[in-house]
Design a protein around this ligand. Sequence first.
Ligand SMILES: NC(=O)c1ccc[n+]([C@@H]2O[C@H](COP(=O)([O-])OP(=O)(O)OC[C@H]3O[C@@H](n4cnc5c(N)ncnc54)[C@H](OP(=O)(O)O)[C@@H]3O)[C@@H](O)[C@H]2O)c1
Length: 334
Amino acid sequence: MILVTGGTGRYGEQVVRTLRKLGLEARVLVRKGSHYYWLNDTGCAFFFGDLLDPVSLRRACRGVEYLVACSGLQTETRANNHTTVTVEGHAALFKAAQEKGVRKVVMLSCLGVDRIEGVTAFDARRAAEEQLLASGMEYTILRTSLHEQFFLDLAWAVHDKGRAVLPSEGQNQIQPIASRDLALMAAASLDLDSVKNSIVEVGGAEVMSARQAFEAACEVVGVQPNATVLPSPALALGRRLGRPVRRYSHRLDEVAAWFENDFTVNSQTVKDHFSFPLTPLREALATSNEVYKIMRDPEEREKRMVHPQFYATVYEPGEAELSSMPLGPLPARE
Ligand SMILES: NC(=O)c1ccc[n+]([C@@H]2O[C@H](COP(=O)([O-])OP(=O)(O)OC[C@H]3O[C@@H](n4cnc5c(N)ncnc54)[C@H](OP(=O)(O)O)[C@@H]3O)[C@@H](O)[C@H]2O)c1
């Protein structure tokens, strides 16, 4: 049994679909109120729990051989924040996994955690990595780049509001990765010897500037790439703001880091570990954008919805092709 945390998230959902496509048993840790029912068609099992609740984590880990940790936060809330979830929640998760005899942990982390300091989201992920290393369990940490949906969100902001707000010009070099490619890498990492007890930096097929990735997303959505770049004093002020909007300044800090630093990886190393061809960004954007369009259209959305009141599986596990399964909605945002 493979336990997946964050299975209702953007990376996590693709991980669950990939594991199920491979015919593997997956149990997804879901929070009450999560839109977990979009995974019904995959035939995965659900376990109701929370990284904030250590007892639920110990129970979720019963009978589990492998753990794939895809849980994370974008905007924090008072209770669900980087301290309580990213750091303490993952510490509790790894402790529970270790106590229950989990054989291996694959963790999704983020590029730059080893060099970007003073940005809460990066600091917290580095601390979570350290907890995993200290647990003594076998591990693979995939430090990943931004995925295509990050840029689609910006492009749809242009569509809806006429412009996106960027923290800087975005001339930094990045290597966005298709969320489905990352999911395949996570699944492969479960038993790939070359990544055993390793931290592996992964990115997508192409190196480009963050601005170019934003423009590609706008082209796919069919809008002009209108962006307002925050003037540095406004950004500095946003960063300095303390409570009660600390969670927004943390998110602003994180996005600014993605638009200010280079995040490229050694493509040969990625190829050496994972020998499948990587999806070009435009293709990843186009595929995910089809899902965005469906989810924005109430009629189309309803047609594809396995209604939450039917907590049932509509396909037998392994019966449906991954490509014919609905991709599901964007995860609930707080
Ligand atoms: N986004 C990126 O481009 C990016 C880039 C580099 C690295 N990463 C890494 O990948 C991770 C996942 O990213 P993502 O974009 O897939 O994030 P996401 O879409 O925001 O998903 C986050 C997942 O974590 C779950 N979660 C949040 N709080 C939880 C809690 N208290 N207990 C249990 N589960 C909880 C969420 O569940 P609910 O559905 O209940 O909210 C959701 O399933 C990040 O944390 C980061 O380490 C992401």
